[in-house]
Write a protein that binds this ligand. Structure first.
Ligand SMILES: N[C@@H](CCC(=O)N[C@@H](CS)C(=O)NCC(=O)O)C(=O)O
Length: 219
């Protein structure tokens, strides 16, 4: 297996952490998003969407979309379970994962991309991304991010982890969103006053999978 990756990017980081939790190792190829390598012909032949991550299997099959890649790895490496063991638990974990992705992770990315001149004419990711930035969106995205973490703090006052009493893919998505938000200063205030979020973030960040895949600082 081979993972097309970029160490600074938050989506491939989610997959690397998921793999580390399961003890899966594979070759990694860095696609430099700062140099726009994801939009060059060589990479578009690999992933026409022009995004990372992309997981290439030994038979040549290529999987895209972070959560779809995780689903494949969960099926091929069931332990430790990160996506649910029973029908109800699978549905609950997926719901929390999607909530964290849509209401946390996505607005962090939107706030960042719409604020940076580097993303002029490429405000969204990959080959669907050739749109202009909307700087006016940044403020609303930042407000959404702060609201998301406030609500997550309340949730984490009731449960040990995002989807319940154990670590799952939902924690990976939420913690990667928080790390990315702080690294990009989208969430400049950080989580200082949110005791439950802090407790959870400290515990999750101390896991070997997170320590082996630290968030990369921005220039
Ligand atoms: N929904 C996709 C999103 C992938 C994505 O947006 N990846 C970013 C890096 S975090 C990317 O490839 N960006 C390319 C670009 O900016 O053109 C997934 O989860 O895999």
């Amino acid at each position: 297996m081979k993972l097309y990756d970029f160490e600074m990017a938050p989506n491939p980081r989610r997959v690397r952490i998921f793999m580390a939790e399961k003890g899966i190792d594979c070759d990694r190829v860095q696609v430099d998003l700062r140099a726009r390598e994801q939009l060059e012909d060589d990479y578009l032949k690999i992933n026409p969407l022009g995004t990372v991550p992309c997981l290439e299997l030994d038979d040549g099959t290529r999987l895209v979309e972070s959560v779809a890649i995780c689903r494949y790895l969960e099926e091929t490496h069931p332990e430790p379970n990160l996506m649910g063991a029973t029908p109800v638990e699978k549905a609950e974990i997926e719901a929390w994962q999607r909530h964290c992705e849509f209401n946390g992770f996505a607005p962090v990315g939107e706030a960042y991309r719409n604020s940076q001149p580097f993303f002029d004419g490429h405000a969204l990711a990959g080959t669907f991304g050739q749109f202009e930035r909307i700087p006016e969106l940044v403020e609303r995205c930042q407000a959404r991010v702060a609201f998301f973490f406030d609500r997550l703090d309340e949730r984490l006052g009731e449960t040990g982890y995002v989807a319940g009493d154990r670590f799952t893919i939902a924690d990976i998505t939420a913690a990667c969103a928080l790390d990315f938000a702080m690294a990009t200063k989208v969430y400049a205030e950080g989580s200082a006053d949110l005791a439950n979020l802090n407790r959870w973030h400290g515990a999750v960040s101390a896991r070997p999978s997170f320590r082996a895949n630290p968030v990369k600082p921005r220039d």
